[in-house]
Design a protein around this ligand. Structure first.
Ligand SMILES: O=C(O)c1cc(=O)[nH]c(=O)n1[C@@H]1O[C@H](COP(=O)(O)O)[C@@H](O)[C@H]1O
Length: 231
């Protein structure tokens, strides 16, 4: 199915049945869904298959980061599972990312392969303690360029970095951003949130949105309101 919408709903649930119950309240023609580490560790490939059976395209957000051979095998396994998007950590380096990309060559239905630059939870002090003496924004720019030069399809970044990366990495580079909040909704634990229209203006392709949709009284209406704000 082709999904024109930029919304990826983060199914951040500890139990597969909760995630699948939420999926039943969403329309696969209007949103894609994201399965992260907690849900996958509990539910495994079966939860991804169940979401596929319901018609959803799935972003498998496991952020692989290991030696090249291991990451290549994991990315291939994700492709064999039929996911729409999968990710690795750009800080694993170009040899790791090239191996991941190589693993998808010739695959019947290769997923989009993207890389995480700097997590939105990391500040300058967090980078400093692991020996990186740069502003997060500079590190994001460096890792995004490495990702593009390694032939990957795009990056996960903060929407506030999207305009800079769109200019630096070109139009064909997918920008996937969490930390999105419709105007008037709670920020929760996210910092420096961005509204959907602002994210779009800054060049974001895909918006990862969790609680504003999954905790809404009416998730369908929450999705429709966001799509309306983008039209
Ligand atoms: O990779 C991610 O999806 C991610 C990266 C990041 O830097 N920050 C971040 O918030 N996320 C994820 O984006 C989702 C945001 O959910 P909400 O804050 O509920 O909209 C969660 O699944 C987070 O784990």
């Amino acid at each position: 199915m082709t999904v024109a919408s930029p919304i990826i709903v983060a199914l951040d649930y500890s139990q597969p049945d909760q995630a699948l119950a939420m999926a039943d309240r969403l329309d696969p023609a209007k949103v894609r869904v994201k399965v992260g580490k907690e849900l996958f560790t509990r539910g495994g490939p079966d939860v991804v298959r169940a979401l596929h059976d319901k018609g959803f395209q799935v972003f498998l957000d496991l952020k692989f980061h290991d030696i090249p051979n291991t990451v290549a095998g994991a990315v291939k396994a994700a492709a064999d599972l039929g996911v729409w998007m999968v990710n690795v950590h750009a800080s694993g380096g170009s040899r790791m990312m090239l191996a991941a990309r190589e693993a998808l060559v010739g695959h019947e239905r290769p997923p989009l392969l993207i890389a995480v630059t700097v997590l939105t939870s990391q500040e300058r002090a967090d980078l400093q303690e692991i020996g990186i003496d740069h502003e997060p924004e500079d590190q994001v720019r460096r890792l995004a360029a490495l990702t593009r030069d390694s032939g990957l399809d795009g990056v996960v970044c903060s929407a506030r970095e999207a305009a800079m990366l769109r200019a630096a990495c070109g139009d064909d580079f997918a920008l996937v951003t969490p930390g999105i909040r419709p105007a008037g909704s709670a920020g929760d634990d996210q910092r420096r949130v961005v509204t959907p229209p602002q994210a779009r203006e800054w060049g974001v392709d895909f918006m990862v949105i969790g609680r504003p949709i999954t905790r809404a009284e009416n998730p369908t209406a929450a999705v429709d309101d966001i799509l309306q704000s983008l039209s």
